[in-house]
Design a protein around this ligand. Sequence first.
Ligand code: PLP
Length: 381
Amino acid sequence: MIKKYLLAPGPTQVPPEVLLRMAQPIIHHRSPDFTPVMEEVKEGLKWLFQTQNDVLIMASSGTGAMEGSISNFMSPGDKVITVNGGKFGERWGKICKAFGVNATEIKVEWGEAVDPAVIADLLKKDPSVKGVYVQASETSTGVAHDVKIIGEIVSRYPNTIFVVDAITALGVFDIKPDEWGIDILITGSQKALMLPPGLAFASVSDKAWRMNESAKCSRFYIDFKKERENLKKSTSAYTPAVSLIIGLQYVLRTLKEEGLENIFARHSLLAQATREGVKGFGLELLPKTSPSNAVTAVKAPEGFDGQQIYKRLRERYGITAAGGQDHLKGKIFRISHMGYCDKFDVITAIAGVEMVLKEMGYHGELGSGLKRAEEIFIKNI
Ligand SMILES: *Cc1c(COP(=O)(O)O)cnc(C)c1O
C-alpha cells in the first residue's frame, strides 16, 4: 500500500468532516430545507470576502467566474488591460479573445510580479480602458501581485473596473476589496476553501454593476445579474451544486471559528517553513520577490528534471505535488500549503523532496531542509 498525500495547488485536501456533511441525502434546492443553508452561506461568504457586496455563487470551476467577469461587464471591442505573469494571467487574454474584447496584455516574466507603475502608465495614456484584470496569487509561478497598490491606481478611474482572480489568495492572505478598490473578486471551491471542485464565487461592486447595465457581450449560463436577483431570494438561477453548498456551510463555520487573522497567520507560517525548508536543502525558489503564501514554486536543481521530481514524489511516496506548466515544465515543481493544511503537510512535502532528490543523485544533505522547517515551527508554536 502507498498512502496518498494531496499537496497540489488545487484540488486540495478536503477535511473528513466536510466529506461526511456532503454525503447527506440530497435536499431539494427549491424547498424550505435549502433556504436557511443559502442564507447562512450568503452571509458567511461576505465575511470571508471582507465585503459588503453580494457574493455570487456559480456551479462551475473557477474559470467560469473569470469568464463571467469579462462577459458580464464588457462589450465587444471594449479595451481592457490584462496581466500575464503565468498560466492563469494568460487565460484572461484567451477569454477576452473569445468575447471580442480588446486586451492589452502586460507580459511579466513568469516568476516575477507585475510592476504597478506599468498599469498606471497604460491607464494614463488611455483612460478609456474599461477593466484591469490580474491574479492576486499566480498559482503557476507561486507569485503574489500587489493588488492593493494596483487597486489604488485603478480606483482613480471612474469608468474602469478592477478585477482580481483570488482563487489561490482568498482565505490565504489578507485582501480587502471594499477598501482597496477591487470591483470583482473571484475564488473557487477547490483551493483554499477545502472543498471539492465545482463552485466559483465572485463579489461585485456597485461600480461594476453600473457597467453591467450596458455590457453587450453574449452570455447565458453565467449571467451575474440573474444570479444576483436570485441570490436576493436566497436561491440560484439554475440547480445549484447542493452538496457542495452544504459542505461550504460547514467550511465557513470552521473558518469563522479559526478567524481570519489566524487563517492568514497559519498560511504565512506554513509558507515560510516550506520556503526555508527547500532552501535549507540547497534549492532555489522560482519567485524572486513576493512569493505567494498559497503555493511554493521551487526550481529543479541544474541537471535535474522537475517533472521527474514531481512524478517520483507521486509514484514512490504517494505525494501529489505539481510540476511546471508550458515553458516552466521540467524547470520547477510546486508544493501547495493552502486550505486544509498544517505543519505536518509541510514536513511530509519537504521529506519527500529530500528523499526523491537524494535518490536522483542530488548532493544535498538529507534532513537539512527538514531541520530548518522544524526549527521554524518550534519557534512559532
Ligand atoms: C485554479 C485556478 C483558476 C481556475 O481554474 P479552474 O480549473 O477553472 O478552477 C484560476 N486562477 C487561478 C489563479 C487558479 O489557481
